[in-house]
Design a protein around this ligand. Structure first.
Ligand SMILES: C[S@@+](CC[C@H](N)C(=O)[O-])C[C@H]1O[C@@H](n2cnc3c(N)ncnc32)[C@H](O)[C@@H]1O
Length: 212
């Protein structure tokens, strides 16, 4: 019986295959629609108030209530990175000491309408921001995949967390977010991670990390 030998792949085809695979695997963050293109009211984030999104907000709020350490009579402070309109506050409640940062002036303007005493929102770039502490918790809700260096931002923003402080990351499932999770997996092991799947088809992963 004749034996079948594998014909070598011509070098140029091999190079093409390697370059194409590498390009597909490369992490490319989403562009940020900002500087006026963020449109309050009809803005790109209005969908975040839709019912299918409820699960990841509820889980983030649950992690914060259950796992964030107590640093005073009021819960928090929590830093909400890429806070948008401060929607997380609607799920957390008014008693939390809360700081939000976002790149978008329009989003921050809207978020400022939602905050109460002990809560503050500022325009800042998560790519360079160095928050002050101490912080009980830091939340990255659907924002890391806009950053060139998501892990760098997570490490910097988590620096002021107290020992036992909490970091919570939520991202919907997509090729770009799987790449961000792969980077985070090399950073730390979560204390808990949940996959939520809405019957509409979208799924999210939400993970909680503890310092110390
Ligand atoms: C999908 S929205 C999520 C908003 C908010 N976390 C929420 O869940 O309601 C993404 C937000 O990340 C913000 N963002 C993107 N890149 C950012 C950056 N480099 N620094 C700060 N915020 C950023 C956007 O302006 C936008 O408000």
């Amino acid at each position: 019986m004749p034996t079948r030998t594998r014909r070598p792949v011509p070098p140029r085809v091999g190079t093409w295959v390697r370059t194409t695979v590498a390009r597909r695997r490369r992490y490319r963050p989403y562009d940020v629609p900002d500087d006026g293109t963020y449109d309050a009211g009809t803005g790109p984030w209005d969908g975040l108030r839709a019912l299918p999104e409820l699960g990841h907000y509820a889980l983030i709020a649950g992690y914060l209530r259950r796992l964030a350490p107590e640093l005073g009579p009021r819960p928090g402070p929590v830093l909400d990175v890429g806070c948008g309109e401060g929607l997380l506050l609607e799920h957390l409640g008014r008693d939390w000491r809360y700081r939000g940062i976002d790149l978008s002036d329009a989003a921050v303007e809207r978020a400022r309408e939602a905050v109460g005493p002990g809560q503050q929102v500022d325009v800042a770039d998560a790519a360079t921001h160095r928050p002050s502490g101490p912080l009980a918790a830091v939340v990255f809700n659907e924002c890391l995949y806009y950053l060139d260096d998501p892990l760098g931002a997570v490490e910097r923003c988590c620096e002021p967390l107290v020992d036992g402080g909490l970091a919570v990351v939520s991202m919907y499932d997509a090729p770009v977010t799987r790449r961000v999770w792969a980077t985070l997996d090399r950073w730390a092991a979560p204390v808990d991670r949940v996959e939520l799947r809405h019957t509409g088809g979208t799924s999210w992963h939400v993970a909680a990390y503890r310092t110390g």
